[in-house]
Design a protein around this ligand. Structure first.
Ligand SMILES: Cc1cc2nc3c(=O)[nH]c(=O)nc-3n(C[C@H](O)[C@H](O)[C@H](O)COP(=O)(O)O)c2cc1C
Length: 188
């Protein structure tokens, strides 16, 4: 079995949902962002990264997302939204939202997903905890959605497709579920 640093990091990364209050260092943030910018993309880098490190704004995004989730058809989202203790950002001090140009000639969802995975792996490689967060994007479908877009300076015509929280892990070790069998077909 071949093993190197990259493969180790890929296997080691897990979603972290408990963070220390302390903010990450600027050079750590920059390393992670740069990795995001080097992701494969079909839309000629038609993406935009928004870094939010303002606690008050993070709290407002959490509350707006929960308000929107209360109106959703999906019961598990409504349950989370109605749980007062649930923080969809898990107290992480940094949130990166990845938006894509809606008018790009190709769908930007895949580009933004590739960038997000790069963010997660880069963060793991320098010891940061991360979690991919869909839930917070619901904030943009709340009553405050367009106001929040403006406040976050998301460029006109760009849509937030994915996001990730970053911070120092409170709990470093989490269980790694076994990988499911029979997910690969070989035609040789
Ligand atoms: C598109 C996408 C959206 C996700 N959204 C959330 C989310 O809103 N909240 C959350 O806690 N985890 C979210 N996750 C993380 C998954 O729950 C997690 O990756 C999965 O359970 C596998 O665990 P692992 O990341 O530790 O391997 C998301 C993952 C992906 C790929």
């Amino acid at each position: 079995m071949i093993i190197n640093e990259t493969l180790k990091i890929i296997k080691q990364r897990r979603s972290i949902r408990s963070f220390k209050d302390e903010q990450i260092q600027e050079e750590e943030l920059q390393a992670v962002l740069e990795a995001g910018l080097y992701a494969p993309n079909a839309g000629d880098q038609a993406w935009h990264f928004t870094v939010i490190q303002n606690k008050e704004l993070l709290d407002r995004l959490n509350l707006a997302a929960k308000e929107a989730a209360k109106q959703m058809d999906m019961e598990h989202l409504r349950e989370l939204a109605n749980n007062e203790k649930f923080d969809c950002l898990y107290g992480a001090p940094t949130l990166i939202i990845v938006s894509g140009n809606e008018h790009a000639p190709v769908p930007l969802e895949a580009d933004c997903a590739a960038a997000t995975q790069n963010l997660l792996l880069a963060a793991e490689s320098i010891g940061l905890g991360t979690c991919w967060i869909f839930f917070v994007l619901l904030a943009f479908y709340s009553l405050q959605g367009s106001e929040l877009r403006k406040e976050l300076k998301i460029p006109e015509g760009y849509r937030p497709y994915s996001s990730a929280v970053l911070g120092y892990k409170k709990v470093a070790v989490v269980n790694v579920p076994d990988r499911k069998p029979n997910l690969i077909t070989y035609i040789r």
